[in-house]
Design a protein around this ligand. Sequence first.
Ligand code: 0WK
Ligand code: 0WK
Ligand code: BGC
Length: 885
Amino acid sequence: MFAVHLLAFHFTKLKEDQIKKVDRYLYHLRLSDDVLLDVMTRFQAEMVRGLGRDTNPTATVKMLPTFVRSLPDGSEKGEFLAADLGGSQFRAHQVKVFDDGKQSSQLESKFYHLPKEVIQGNGAELFDYVAHCLSDFMETNNLKHKKLPLGFTFSFPCKQTKLDEGVLLGWTKHFKVRGVQDTDVVSSLRKTLQKHKDIDVDVLALVNDTVGTMMTCGYDDPRCEVGLIVGTGTNACYMEEMRHIDLVEGDEGRMCINTEWGAFGDDGALDDLRTEFDRELDLGSLNPGKQLFEKMISSLYLGELVRLILLKMTKEGLLFNGKVSTALLTKGKIEMKHVSAMEKYKEGLSNTKEILTELNLCPSEDDCIAVQHVCTIVSFRSANLCAAALAAILTRLRENKKLLRMRTTVGIDGGLYKTHPQYAKRLHKVVRRLVPNCDVRFLLSVSGSGKGAAMVTAVAYRLAAQRRKIDAALAPFSLSLDTLREVKNKMRTELEYGLKRETQASATVKMLPTYVCGTPDGTEKGKFLALDLGGTNFRVLLVKIRSGRRRSVQMYNKIFAIPLEIMQGTGEELFDHIVQCIADFLEYMGIKGARLPLGFTFSFPCRQASIDKEFDLDIVAVVNDTVGTMMTCGYEDPNCEIGLIAGTGSNVCYMEDMKNIEIVEGNEGKMCINTEWGGFGDNGCIDNIRTKYDKEVDEGSLNPGKQRYEKMTSGMYLGEIVRQILIDLTKQGLLFRGQISESLRKRGIFETKFLSQIESDRLALLQVRRILQQLGLDSTCDDSIIVKEVCGAVSKRAAQLCGAGLAAIVEKKRENRGVEHLQITVGVDGTLYKLHPHFSRVLRETVKELAPQCDVTFMLSEDGSGKGAALITAVAKRLHNIGQK
Ligand code: 0WK
Ligand code: 0WK
Ligand code: BGC
């Protein structure tokens, strides 16, 4: 027993010596974590260069857009063919995908050898060979009678502008086929397949094998957003944020990027790490100076690296007593399978002896230990470098998501990763060490990238079908200029109806006289209380107006909440609450018990016989918020004769010529008309543009059949229209995987403020998902894109309809003045106009299009309508005092 221990000790010592010898000799192939972290940082910089519009042309890591915008979501279905070219074999697959909600699929595959004369011949022969294999496969699987869509996995760097196109940038690995570079391989394959009359195949998508692998694994694990190949070649892809991909239009969502990291270092970025063996190997390769990173990693080259190292060590007498065999001098004599065999845990050393013997090298025990360790160092470096680049991608994903910690899955395939005894374990370990804040699941792609290619084809099919259905749902919201002109003309007709005595009673646009006959002229002065009720907030204001040289308006205000039960309680409760707020305000302002003239902005349709006939407080004036807004802006710009509210509600007022206001005595001068245009269409005159969603919202509102125009244009309802559309699209299975969450069923849950947030800046998508999460909706990227599109369609229509209405008003003003060209100012207020990122612009553009003879200035009311109410009160007070005299 002691003897055995002695022997084992002796062997271990021997082994350590050999290992140390090789470690010293190959110290520059052993990379510390600091070096790997440095490689990771370098690769991160390369990725950014590849993504940048200006830097991409000179970048080595090309970061190629793949036009794969989403991972499988389980709704894919159908039967597909997949052809897989670029790995160690040509693979043909028949993929059946069932949307039975169980992610089930069926795969039939056949592998074909790739003869050298084919992969180093000319393009026609290559595509013919592919077509032959496909024909043979369809024969074998009795598919020749079927017309099948095909997904083509083509594992070489291709520039794509769409899914079914790929211009080859250059061959890699052991491929060097003439006449294909810089051509579209999809059209070449299509042309070749058309010549094969016995098969009817429609090439729908071209994907890289990394993408196919990610999609294959993504079908089983929705977290899979990275695809990695470590085989004959090496490469990785991942889902990048569209806003970072300068080469593709659009900022929304994500797209899979094929990094083509094999070329990392082709600009010398890794020269400090490349050894003489790497340089020698590269010089002897099919593409010197190219794919330098790949040549340090992938199985096509590792065997050759080992051979070159063994050759030099032997020449320097460190191995095989310096005796070099012909085999050792022969390029490609040591292959990856040899390296893997020599690194086998148990039988590694005996395999090494056997392999070296086959290479006519008389290996000693030491030699075998040393050679085995050379293999270990070479394959370890490969795993380390692969891990460093992968860690860079994972870090970028985590940063894109702004997460401190990220869980994700990497789909992997490739002979080296699958067959090398230690490779997978080493890669996992180093990755987890380099990115400790990423919980990475490594998911082996058991069925190859062919299934993934079929998924991409299925997704392409699904996205196309989805697109058609979404377009159908949103088409009614896209109003043509003619339709908007029609709305403008109809609005004009309704305005006239409201002004005319005989039609006023039945008019839907009430055109209410306000008894405000002038805009401020600067002589107003005094202290006034003002109330502003009807918008988002209830405000009580103290307004001090000075006239003459020190002409100015000073305002102090306090916002008070109006509880829902008061809003929907009795009039008495409402006014008691208002009086209480006034009392609190006066106390807050230290003027408790003060008796001041009061202007009351009451933003609801009121038929007035005079400016103050409503309350028994010292209320001097009751005005609509549109009128208050017009006056507030009129104080700054005398050309302001229109007041527009685009907020919770929607309404407009304007100064009309008395002679046109038939229900009020007198033909001189002007009076402000509160149009209450919210009722436009209540007579059905715009039913041609009302959608089923508008009808849903109306039926569910507090006042069905009323305020139809307002319900298509104002903040109170836009969110609700969006919610109705989202429900409909979800019912059609186009959103949220067809699951309608409890909260989405809740009326009013989708507030209009969400539209403004969702349609706001470039970060919308992350915000969209956060907002949807708040609403209990677990959304995918695609879902978020669709939700944003729906919000955009609804808010754009609202702004356009508002613009059409306003165009009718300014056109009327122009005709009132009998001028060819009108210059006028519109005072505007309301959260929708103020806060929505696009509403005001679309509104202005629509008015410009529909009323080209009117030069309209939009003046935002900074101080709200309370100031306007105080100004009107001041005018009324002045007129009253004159009347007293
Ligand atoms: C299997 C995939 C194929 C990929 C191959 C890479 O289905 O698309 O090209 O892995 O591994 P290799 O055959 O080069 O070892
Ligand atoms: C601020 C005005 C107020 C008006 C409101 C409308 O001072 O009179 O009612 O704008 O906007 P909303 O708050 O409904 O968005
Ligand atoms: C190719 C890649 C491919 C990788 C793995 C590389 O040589 O350039 O497109 O993904 O090999 O097959």
